[in-house]
Design a protein around this ligand. Structure first.
Ligand code: UDP
Length: 501
């Protein structure tokens, strides 16, 4: 007997649409969630920009990673920018604005089309949308269609919470209202940036004004991006729930503050580690061959690491968006070489801008010997594999949330040089709350770099390592059977299964 499309559709598992902001960090964590949901028997479509999808196909093993999950699909929309538009540094704002402008109509067409999200010929109505909380143009479409949605913010709880409280921070006068062109260094030196923020409950003892998440320059109440973050984040209360890539033992008190406003909170991190554990428990390969890198991974660094002594190398990487001037690069370079320690340094080819950027990789004469004998500089690495390598002793990071969690899960001390957004809060928590590293904050100075590298690699190594190790143990517990993240993922899956339409 031939089944009608409708009957066929009814027998299929719920179909979850996952929609990340098309940037590396967001895509990494959402793909990890997508794979976990596939493992739980759900059907998943991930919605990417054409640009991002092409990059993933070019450089990553997305196909082999997901070919083993029959219910996985990719759908795409355009981000509206030409392919050669730089999607790094401040220019990511162009992408956000462009998506905001043209994303809504494309999203509507996709949701209403019968082939965009089809499954074996039968229209696969989306049962639930899991979306990045800053893509609010999608909400009206799913609301009209009666499709429930859950937010997944790929930042830490400790950064989400000040975003949620922006109005209170503004009312208390704890973010400045000043012109955009204010010189940022002069401004940052002002004493008021060291004052404690009193308007974010639960953070009164450690959040300073300079730690408030911000876009470019200082956190500025007049800035349109800051304002969008405020309105979009407040909308979280209207969603069916909030997913955060974190775990209870890491951010429990802050998660409790958030729960007062958003009771249905799923803390399911560290997602990369939860995924690895669940793949292994099903006897499936969780190897590094299944990456989602936008850039080509240079594996020569693994051979280099193999020839270095245990815990002797500091891994330096500032993620996928950070850009540096040649002057800043030199401060790091001198600091690293003068520390006398070995270093593996990721410098994305598109990350150096401004004066002399075309000669960025010219080695200053006095750094030549130290760089060649102790350093390895590459364009992009398989980061999780690098962090797990026995030769690595610490992580010099920009405090992106994925990098921070990857470091925490493996028990590595950190030096933090936050660039923007949630990173400024994450770095404060690393140094003052979890005490597993040092926060360079908004300084960029070779003397400080040298001292901090010596501190984490040597002078204060044991104290950082001990606490980092304890946190890694807690992270392992959270993702193991019966742990908080493990149970929250089960709860999420149950909810998603109940949304079948
Ligand atoms: N990453 C990588 N290779 C590199 C540098 C980074 O695979 O050479 C990955 C890293 O493991 C992390 C992501 O890129 O998962 C960066 O995300 P994060 O949230 O740390 O920072 P963002 O790039 O979003 O600022």
């Amino acid at each position: 007997v031939e089944m009608s499309d409708r009957e066929t559709a009814m027998e299929l598992p719920p179909h979850i649409l996952i929609f990340p902001v098309p940037l590396q960090g967001h895509v990494n964590s959402m793909l990890n969630l997508a794979e976990l949901l596939c493992l739980s028997g759900l059907h998943v479509t991930i919605l990417l920009s054409d640009y991002t999808h092409n990059r993933l196909l070019r450089h990553a093993t997305l196909r082999s990673r997901f070919s083993r999950h029959s219910g996985f699909r990719v759908a795409t929309i355009s981000d509206g920018l030409p392919p050669d538009h730089p999607r790094v540094g401040e220019r990511i704002v162009d992408m956000a604005l462009s998506l905001k402008q043209i994303g809504g109509s494309q999203f509507r067409r996709l949701m209403e089309s019968t082939d965009g999200l089809s499954e074996g010929g039968a229209m696969r109505r989306v049962s639930c949308l899991i979306m990045d909380g800053v893509l609010s143009f999608a909400i009206s479409v799913v609301e009209e269609m009666g499709i429930p949605y859950i937010y997944f913010r790929t930042i830490s709880a400790c950064a989400f919470w000040p975003y949620f409280c922006i109005q209170e921070i503004m009312d208390a006068g704890e973010v400045p209202l000043r012109g955009k062109n204010e010189d940022k260094l002069t401004y940052w030196k002002k004493k008021e940036m060291d004052m404690m923020v009193t308007s974010v409950p639960g953070m009164e003892r450690f959040l300073r004004r300079r730690d408030i998440p911000r876009f470019f320059g200082v956190a500025n109440a007049d800035d349109p991006t800051f304002k969008t973050m405020k309105t979009d984040t407040k909308k979280t209360v209207e969603a069916c729930g909030l997913i955060l890539n974190t775990f209870e033992d890491l951010e429990g008190p802050i998660l409790d503050e958030i729960r007062k406003h958003i009771p249905n909170l799923y803390s399911i991190g560290p997602l990369h580690a939860l995924l690895k554990a669940q793949l292994e428990s099903k006897g499936m390969e969780s190897s590094h061959n299944h990456s989602s890198s936008f850039w080509e991974e240079d594996r020569s660094c693994i051979a280099w690491l193999d020839s270095q002594p245990t815990c002797s190398v500091i891994y330096v990487s500032f993620g996928s968006i950070t850009i540096l001037t040649r002057d800043e690069l030199l401060e790091f370079w001198y600091g690293l070489v003068n520390s006398g320690h070995r270093f593996l340094w990721v410098i994305r080819p598109d990350s150096i801008v401004g004066n002399n950027s075309e000669n960025w990789n010219e080695i200053p004469v006095e750094l030549e010997e130290g760089t060649k004998s102790r350093g390895c500089m590459v364009g992009w690495v398989p980061q999780q594999e690098v962090l797990a390598h026995p030769a690595i002793g610490a992580f010099f990071t920009h405090s992106g949330w994925n990098s921070t969690l990857e470091s925490i899960a493996i028990g590595l001390p950190m030096i933090c040089w936050a660039y923007f957004a949630d990173q400024t809060t994450n770095s404060r928590f690393v140094s003052k709350v979890w005490k597993i590293g040092l926060d360079m904050k908004d300084t960029c100075d070779r003397i400080i770099v040298e001292k901090m590298v010596k501190d984490v690699m040597d002078v204060r190594r044991d104290e950082f390592l001990e606490r980092a190790h304890s946190m890694a143990v807690l992270s392992g517990k959270a993702i193991s059977e019966g742990g908080s993240s493990y149970l929250n993922l089960n709860r999420l899956v149950e909810f998603l299964k109940s949304t079948v339409s």
